[in-house]
Design a protein around this ligand. Structure first.
Ligand code: URA
Length: 430
């Protein structure tokens, strides 16, 4: 087989055989196919798409590129959760401990920041001492003892995704339905849980721009999961505005702690509870995540998880040396906050990576002072920028301010969870 011929077939809108997909992936993994050729193929997929058969073949080839975790030593139905990525999306840090506090076993393998969206691993690593590199024995022991572990997938699991994920992140080839579906589902299948809750985001800050394509992606992933013998439910949720009040690594861990302590943003809490309830339902656990929130059991489980992974929350989370308040130039009601712009400003500040080898700044980010629906006066704060230098903070003020749209009329926050997809089909929220 010839690499140029295979790339050319996708460029021209043709369909790959499973063998061609396997040829490209294994060649890339061995180092025989260089980044630039793989990047050209990824871009061709972004533009031309893939059939369901191709997406399935790509998912299978990704799973087969590495090891599959054996979780049989953990009793009960194990439930994993995954988001397709958003801005300010710290739902995992809230929903997963709540579900675990209800008795669900949550072995969760997470990813890093991707393009303008945050990554759970980068967030967790902002806790001093915390490691996300857990050997399988330690990971399994922690799930048995604490009910939850959140770790990086081992380099031996789905190595093809690890390489592709990093390459896509820096070649503008993230927003593609088959690439997202195969990336997410290959990891979920290899991670070994019995059931999976997916949070498929759409809108300005997500990789899917509209509800219809998010439902398509959700349906595709549910089919792949069920086809691999994993009960799979997907929630389709809005990501036009950042979720909650903060965007950043340490800032989002702090917000998750606050939310679990009952002092969080209402929308963030509600979507986290919906996700946690789905996790309980799939695990056939009858306890209610609301009770775990009220009793403090969810917070306790999160703190025990952080400690089990070496985290020393008591030492405090990293704080940026510069905190610059961004005032509103006019008065009005906040109609929307452009999540993509906020995510891109976050990227400028160092919340994510612009190049593969960049290091994230754990303290950097944005705290939203005027959320959607709030009334602001001219001169009142819209947000606070957390940055490593005054110069960097000043350089993003204009861009950040432009993310806010103000209007004269009162604003009702739009619904957040728009649809639910399972093997029986799609149900839409009213
Ligand atoms: N999350 C993933 O794991 N992969 C993607 O491609 C996008 C979001």
């Amino acid at each position: 087989m010839n690499t140029l011929e295979v790339i050319g077939r996708k460029r021209d809108g043709g369909e790959h055989s499973p063998d061609e997909i396997e040829f490209l992936l294994s060649g890339y993994l061995r180092g025989d196919i260089p980044d630039y050729q793989m990047a050209a193929w990824l871009m061709a997929i972004c533009i031309r798409g893939m059939t369901r058969a191709e997406t399935l073949a790509l998912t299978r080839a990704m799973v087969a590129s590495g090891e599959v975790l054996d979780l049989s030593a953990i009793e009960g139905i194990k439930v994993d959760k995954h988001s397709t990525g958003g801005v300010g999306d710290k739902v995992t840090l809230i929903a997963a401990p709540l579900a675990a506090a209800c008795g669900v076993k949550v072995p969760k393998l997470s990813g890093r920041a991707l393009a303008h969206t945050g990554g759970t691993l980068d967030k967790l690593e902002s806790v001093p001492g915390l490691t996300v590199d857990l050997e399988p024995e330690r990971f399994i022991r922690q799930v048995r003892e604490v009910g939850i572990a959140v770790a990086a997938q081992s380099p031996h699991m789905v190595p093809a995704d690890k390489l592709l994920y990093a390459l896509r992140d820096v070649t503008a080839t993230v927003p593609s339905m088959p690439l997202i579906a195969s990336s997410v589902m290959s990891k979920k299948i290899a991670a070994g849980a019995d059931a999976i809750v997916l949070d498929v985001k759409f809108g300005r800050g997500a990789f899917m721009s509209d509800l219809a394509s998010a439902i398509d992606l959700a349906s595709e992933m549910v089919q792949i999961g069920e086809g691999a013998g994993r009960r799979t439910v997907a929630l389709v949720t809005a990501m036009d505005n950042p979720l909650g009040r903060s965007v950043g690594n340490a800032l989002e861990v702090q917000e998750a702690l606050n939310t679990l302590a009952g002092k969080g943003d209402e929308e963030l809490l509600q979507v986290s509870l919906v996700v946690a309830r789905e996790m309980c339902w799939l695990a056939e656990v009858n306890s209610d995540p609301d009770d775990a929130l009220r009793s403090g059991a969810g917070l306790d489980t999160f703190l025990r998880m952080l400690a089990a992974q070496g985290g020393r929350v008591g030492e405090g989370l990293p704080v940026a040396p510069v905190q610059l308040t961004v005032p509103s130039s006019a008065g009005g009601y906040v109609e929307s906050i452009d999540a993509l712009e906020v995510g891109l400003v976050g990227l400028e500040l160092g919340v994510g990576r612009k190049k593969k080898e960049d290091r994230v700044d754990h303290a950097a980010g944005i705290v939203i002072e005027a959320p959607v629906g709030a009334r602001v006066e001219a001169g009142a704060p819209l947000a606070v920028i957390h940055a490593r230098s005054e110069e960097l903070a000043q350089s993003v003020v204009r861009r950040l301010t432009k993310a806010w749209r103000l209007g004269a009329n009162e604003v009702k926050r739009p619904p957040h969870v728009l649809a639910r997809v399972d093997k029986d089909g799609v149900s839409k929220a009213d």
